[in-house]
Design a protein around this ligand. Structure first.
Ligand code: ZN
Length: 59
């Protein structure tokens, strides 16, 4: 699972990863640390963020 950003409408079900077999989660450090408390998976992999000045959400 790749998290592009930490808006709760996109990541609000992270507390239910166990229901789909705990897939690996990938996110930039900024996205990972922006997750609500209790929603940071222990199996997350931090991705490099080449240009932190660009917005991460276009919606
Ligand atoms: Zn969004």
């Amino acid at each position: 699972m790749i998290l592009s950003h930490a808006h709760v409408d996109h990541v609000g079900a992270l507390d239910r990863l166990n229901e789909i077999g705990m897939p690996p989660v990938y996110a930039s450090a900024r996205t990972f640390h922006g997750l609500p408390d209790g929603y940071r998976p222990k199996n997350a992999h931090i991705l490099p963020e080449p240009n932190a000045e660009k917005p991460t959400c276009w919606a």
